[in-house]
Design a protein around this ligand. Structure first.
Ligand code: ADP
Ligand code: NA
Length: 330
């Protein structure tokens, strides 16, 4: 390899990505694909760890891939693929299952959080072993860098532990990856509940800016965003979370400093800021939405692109898996 390897994935868990996914993940990936040998995976095996509808999952998988491409992931430059099309993921996950301690897996806080939501008995064993599948995803490509949010730090630590353990037990096989925690990137919050992060799995969609929503739907959501009674357009995360969130989004999408936006809107009302923001969001997402629709209108071509990605991913993944099987005596 001449370039370091990057692996990242996203679950096809909704019909549309939300603004946070766009600024916190997609735009970073687009920028990084020049300097890395990048693998971008739609992780549908992870998506079935919670109850899901088959037809919906199939549609969401295509829609997620289409949004990656529409936002600027170049399938000629980077390897874009669907996880279930590379069977080495489940095969390596099994091997890694056998070197993971039960106590070690039990310490994963995301499972604790998620299983509390669904109830321990309603949670699948797949949800429990999710981090081990994620370790397989990463290790198959001899990944150097995994760009993730803070919430995934523990899973990348487990991945490093498993790689190191396998290497010392069976001989050097895996690159031990590094997490690249996206610290500097702005966090955006729900428009209706600006204490909570914007999330595609939020219970209500009223506070979500979705990449694929029609412009008039997004405009309405922005115009109805929660603000405060103080009336001043000023960044103050603690006392004015709603207005601060609108300023953050405006700043990230225009590349302008918050102070300069505060100055522009001095003496004006929240309605003016919201209208301006709706326009900026529209300018950002309309081309992505239109390109996504074009890609979805030709599913055969999209499937061909994804099959090509899976071929390339399979080549690399199979080479790693062959070495693993050889090491463990298969
Ligand atoms: P979601 O909560 O929408 O399901 P995930 O937790 O799957 O999103 O995160 C996918 C990526 O999107 C991560 O890289 C994460 O950092 C980014 N991301 C998600 N929500 C936000 C947000 N509100 N602000 C900034 N980045 C976000
Ligand atoms: Na999520």
């Amino acid at each position: 390899h001449t370039k370091p390897v990057l692996f990242s994935g996203m679950q096809p868990s909704s019909d549309s990505l939300q603004l946070g996914n766009y600024i916190g993940a997609l735009t970073q990936w687009v920028n990084m694909q020049q300097s890395f040998d990048a693998f971008f995976c739609v992780v549908n095996l992870h998506a079935i760890t919670v109850p899901q509808d088959p037809a919906e999952l199939a549609a969401r998988t295509r829609r997620t891939a289409a949004q990656y491409i529409a936002a600027g992931i170049d399938p000629e430059r980077s390897t874009l693929f669907v996880q279930s099309q590379v069977s080495a993921h489940t095969e390596l996950a099994w091997v890694l299952n056998t070197i993971t301690g039960f106590g070690e897996a039990s310490r994963m806080t995301q499972f604790k959080d998620k299983s509390q939501k669904h109830g321990a008995d309603a949670s699948s064993v797949g949800l429990f072993t999710y981090p081990i599948l994620m370790a397989a995803d990463i290790l198959l490509y001899q990944t150097d860098i995994v760009p993730v949010g803070e919430d995934q730090r523990q899973h990348v630590e487990l991945t490093r532990d498993l790689a190191t353990r396998f290497n010392s037990r069976f001989g050097d096989t895996f690159v031990v990856p590094e997490a690249q925690i996206q610290k500097g990137t702005a966090k955006v919050y729900d428009l209706q509940n600006p204490e909570a992060k914007m999330s595609k799995s939020a219970e209500s969609e009223a506070g979500l800016i979705k990449v694929l929503d029609p412009a008039n739907v997004t405009r309405k959501k922005i115009m109805r965003a929660v603000t405060d009674a103080d009336g001043e357009i000023r960044y103050d995360r603690e006392n004015k979370p709603g207005v601060s969130n609108l300023l953050t989004i405006y700043s990230v999408l225009t590349g302008r400093m918050i102070e300069s936006i505060e100055q522009e809107f001095e003496g004006r009302g929240y309605g003016d800021l919201k209208k301006a923001l709706a326009e900026v969001v529209d300018e950002t997402f309309t081309p992505i939405r239109e390109r996504t629709e074009e890609l979805l209108a030709d599913p055969a071509e999209l499937d061909r692109l994804l099959a090509k990605g899976a071929d390339r991913a399979n080549e690399v993944a199979t080479a790693t898996l062959d070495r693993v099987y050889d090491r463990i005596g298969f």
